[in-house]
Ligand binder design. Structure first.
Ligand code: TRP
Length: 328
C-alpha cells in the first residue's frame, strides 16, 4: 500500500508513560502508522536543556521506548529511534542557526516560559531548542508533524526557518512541514484540576498493575459541587466522566450520565466502573509490555535498527544541504 507521506514526531524521554501521554500522543502515533510512513524519535538532546542530572536519562529512554512498543508502535513498519544516535541533526542545527535571527528565539513564548521556570539555568541550548526541533523535522523531510497545540509556535518557527534557508541559499531542498494538531481534550490529572503530569504526581502510569490503577482511580477528584451521595452530580464538570467517555462503552457512558444526575449512583460506584473498564482496556498493553521487558536487549536492538534507517535518510538530506550551502 502506498502511504500518504512522511510523519515525524518526537517526545522527550520521560520514562514510564501515563494516560495523558497515551491519550494525547501515543494512541495517535499508533493510528497514523497505517496511513503514513512514520518516524518517532526520543529526543534525548532536547531533554538535556532542562535536566539537572542525567543519571536517569538512559533508563527513562528505555522505559519510554518500551511503552511505545507495547502500545503498538510497529518497528517493522515505522522508525523508532533515539535522537542523539543520528548526529547529523546537530550539524543541521548549526547550519539552520545561521539563518535564525536571535530575536525570533528570544520572542518565543515557549522560551519565555522556560526562563520563568528555570531562571537559574537559562542555557544556550534552551534558546536553540526550536532550531534543533526544526532540524529534527526537516532532516527527514517530514510533511506532517503530529503534536499538541502547545507546539504551534515551534511549528510556525520551523516553517519560517525552512523558508529562510531555502531563500537564503536559493534552493528548495528543505520542505515546509505541516502541523497536524492532535485533537484530544486536555487530559486532567487525578486532582481534577491540572493537566496530567508526572511532576505533579497526578498521573496514572500505563504500566501500573490493575490494582495500583484502581487505587489511583479511587483517589480521583470528582464533581467538586457534589458533596453527599444523595446530591445529584454533574458529569459535565466531572473529570471521571471525561475518562468514562474514552474507556467505557456508549451504553455505560449513557447510564453513568443519567444515574449521576439523579444521584442513582455515587462517585465510588462510578469510579469502580471506570477503573474496571480502564483496566480492561490496558490489559493487552500490560501483557505485551511484560513480554517485551523480558528481553531488554531486543528493545535496544530495535532502537539501533531505527537509528540506522534514520541515518540513511538523514545523510541523504545532509548531502543536499551541504551542497546547497556551499560546504565542500
Ligand atoms: N518540542 C516537542 C515537545 O516538547 C518535542 C519535539 C522535539 C518534537 N523535536 C520534535 C516534536 C520534532 C515534534 C517534532 O513536545
Amino acid at each position: 500500500m502506498t502511504k500518504k507521506g512522511r510523519v515525524f514526531s518526537g517526545a522527550r524521554p520521560t520514562g514510564r508513560q501515563h494516560l495523558g501521554n497515551y491519550m494525547g500522543a501515543i494512541q495517535n502515533y499508533v493510528a497514523l502508522q497505517g496511513e503514513y510512513d512514520c518516524i518517532y524519535c526520543i529526543v534525548d538532546l532536547h531533554a538535556l536543556t532542562t535536566l539537572e542530572t542525567t543519571l536517569d536519562l538512559k533508563q527513562n529512554t528505555y522505559e519510554m521506548a518500551l511503552d511505545w512498543l507495547a502500545a503498538g508502535i510497529r518497528p517493522e513498519e515505522s522508525i523508532i529511534f533515539i535522537q542523539s544516535h543520528v548526529p547529523q541533526v546537530t550539524e543541521l542545527h548549526t547550519i539552520l542557526s545561521m539563518v535564525t535571527p536571535l530575536g525570533k528565539l528570544t520572542d518565543l513564548p515557549t522560551f519565555k516560559d522556560k526562563v520563568r521556570e528555570q531562571p537559574h539555568n537559562v542555557n544556550y541550548g534552551l534558546l536553540g531548542y526550536p532550531v534543533l526541533m526544526t532540524a529534527d523535522i526537516v532532516l527527514y523531510k517530514a510533511g506532517a508533524v503530529p503534536v499538541g497545540v502547545d507546539q504551534a509556535p515551534h511549528l510556525e518557527f520551523a516553517r519560517e526557518t525552512v523558508r529562510s534557508f531555502n531563500y537564503h541559499y536559493n534552493t528548495n531542498v528543505l520542505i515546509e512541514p505541516q502541523m497536524k494538531v492532535t485533537q484530544v481534550p486536555k487530559v486532567i490529572g487525578i486532582d481534577g484540576q491540572q493537566k496530567m503530569s508526572k511532576s505533579l504526581n497526578n498521573h496514572i502510569e500505563l504500566a501500573s498493575t490493575a490494582k495500583e490503577t484502581e487505587q489511583r482511580v479511587m483517589q480521583m477528584v470528582t464533581d467538586p459541587q457534589r458533596q453527599r451521595r444523595s446530591d445529584p452530580g454533574n458529569p459535565d464538570i466531572c473529570n471521571v466522566f471525561a475518562f468514562h467517555k474514552v474507556f467505557s462503552s456508549p451504553e455505560e457512558v449513557a447510564t453513568v450520565n443519567t444515574e449521576c444526575r439523579r444521584a442513582g449512583i455515587g462517585c465510588v460506584d462510578c469510579k469502580r466502573m471506570m477503573a474496571r473498564n480502564l483496566n480492561q482496556h490496558l490489559e493487552p498493553f500490560r501483557e505485551r509490555r511484560q513480554q517485551i521487558a523480558g528481553n531488554p536487549d531486543q528493545v535496544w536492538a530495535i532502537l539501533d535498527d531505527g537509528a540506522q534507517r534514520a541515518r540513511a535518510i538523514a545523510e541523504a538530506t545532509m548531502q543536499e544541504v551541504r551542497a546547497a550551502v556551499g560546504l565542500a
